[in-house]
Design a protein around this ligand. Structure first.
Ligand code: HGY
Ligand code: MN
Ligand code: MN
Length: 420
């Protein structure tokens, strides 16, 4: 377990703090680094500088994923890479740990390998995947999805953002249109260390979660079209008000989720036009995020949404248009890796429970092409996607130590404990 004795936890905390400042504004809570925007570029530039400081070989692929590889003995350079990753893009008004913790922990592990003088028996690398959050470009987990062969590069480059720009053009603008073909780097195994972003670990007082399953996700954009009319003169029976339909559907969805086993439904964006105090809106557009650990239950929830829309829209004389944005079935991670995580935690005397991931992660995509697993650390009060997102340094360091020694175990290396 000695590789973790070469970790520099203080540097991890310092780099997390430095990264958390990028994308902050005095008037806006938290930080915002939407994919391929100017703040994302600054964070990318900072990460690349940190990768070079550990003397890693840096690659950028054609969708902007950033890799830092610790090269092995040249005779092993052809072997599939042991990859540690996550993301550094954020949601709007984000916390400081989501994604960044996993990327910087990966850098810390490679730095420990260097400090211990280890020449690994295979390439070991970190990756920061592009557009994990999917706020500006959908679907989410896009960089990892492309590496897993889930979307052709040409289609990714032609995606248009919520603010009307083309993915490929933004990639060129920020200088991260790389040459490497996504998926050309064979992956031996993938590990992702991440904050739980939910309430389970905090509520149970357990230090770590060994993530064995990740729930299914369904994203869609729903546009309801009615008729603009005068707020004062239009009697109710002559109204075709899409906002009333949206309200009825959203309220009914909360009731549906409450009666379900595990379905959750979220409307995170809603726009209406013309958006005037005395005008019945003619158009309402909102996004719907449905999740469930059971794929059939998720499919049932999707069908129920269509039924709610049909019922309420026809009653109001409103038309409906739905655009699918993402649909990923639940994923089961590699049982051997999950067991190794639990076993390494136990050897460190760190409490660890098996856990299902409520959040989406890059690991769910890489699991399509390589054995993958995740380690969770607690989120205080279960808060995330919120500037109040927080994980105690002791928990961050526990996750880092376990990640590090899972890597050592995966590499089959033993390192003498650092003496001092
Ligand atoms: O949406 C998610 O679950 C992740 O934060 N991208
Ligand atoms: Mn994340
Ligand atoms: Mn997130």
């Amino acid at each position: 377990m000695a590789l973790s004795s070469y970790l520099d936890a203080a540097l991890l905390h310092a780099q997390l703090a430095a990264l958390s400042v990028i994308g902050t504004k005095p008037t806006v809570p938290g930080r915002t680094r939407l994919a391929l925007g100017d703040a994302d570029r600054l964070a990318r530039d900072q990460l690349v500088a940190w990768l070079r400081a550990v003397d890693l070989t840096v690659h950028i692929d054609a969708v902007g994923n950033i890799y830092g590889i610790l090269e092995p003995d040249p005779r092993c350079a052809h072997l599939p890479v042991l990859l540690i990753g996550s993301h550094i893009d954020t949601v709007i008004e984000a916390g400081a740990y989501d994604g960044c913790y996993g990327v910087l922990a990966g850098v810390a592990v490679l730095r420990a390998l260097r400090a211990a003088g280890v020449t690994p028996p295979r390439p070991v690398g970190i990756v920061a995947f592009s557009n994990e959050e999917g706020v500006r470009f959908q679907p989410d987990m896009l960089g990892a999805l492309t590496v897993a062969g889930g979307m052709p590069v040409a289609d990714v480059l032609d995606l248009v953002s919520t603010d009307g720009v083309r993915y490929g053009d933004e990639l060129v603008r920020i200088g991260y249109a790389g040459l490497m073909v996504p998926g050309s780097l064979p992956i031996h195994a993938y590990l992702e260390l991440h904050i739980e972003q939910g309430p389970i670990l905090a509520a149970t007082g357990v230090s770590l979660g060994a993530v064995h399953t990740l729930q299914g996700i369904s994203w869609q954009r729903i546009t309801l079209s009615g008729v603009a009319n005068h707020a004062g003169t239009t009697p109710l029976h002559l109204r075709h008000d899409p906002l009333v339909v949206a309200a009825q559907v959203i309220a009914a969805l909360r009731s549906y989720a409450q009666q379900s086993t595990a379905t959750v439904a979220t409307v995170g964006t809603l726009e209406l036009a013309p958006s005037a105090i005395n005008v019945i809106p003619h158009t309402v557009t909102f996004t719907l995020d449905l999740r469930d650990p059971d794929n059939d239950a998720l499919t049932r929830a999707e069908a129920h949404v269509q039924q709610l829309l049909a019922t309420h829209a026809s009653a109001e004389g409103v038309t409906v248009h739905c655009t699918p944005l993402a649909r990923f079935a639940p994923v089961v991670f590699d049982a051997g890796l999950v067991d190794t995580i639990s076993d390494v935690a136990r050897s460190h005397g760190i409490s660890c429970i098996p856990i299902v991931s409520g959040a989406g992660h890059d690991a769910q995509m890489i699991a399509r092409v390589a054995p993958s697993a995740m380690i969770y650390v607690p989120s205080r009060d279960g808060i995330s996607h919120n500037p109040a997102e927080y994980t105690a340094p002791t928990d961050l360091e526990a996750g880092l130590r376990v990640l590090c020694d899972v890597v050592a175990r995966q590499l089959g290396i033993t390192v003498t404990e650092r003496s001092n």
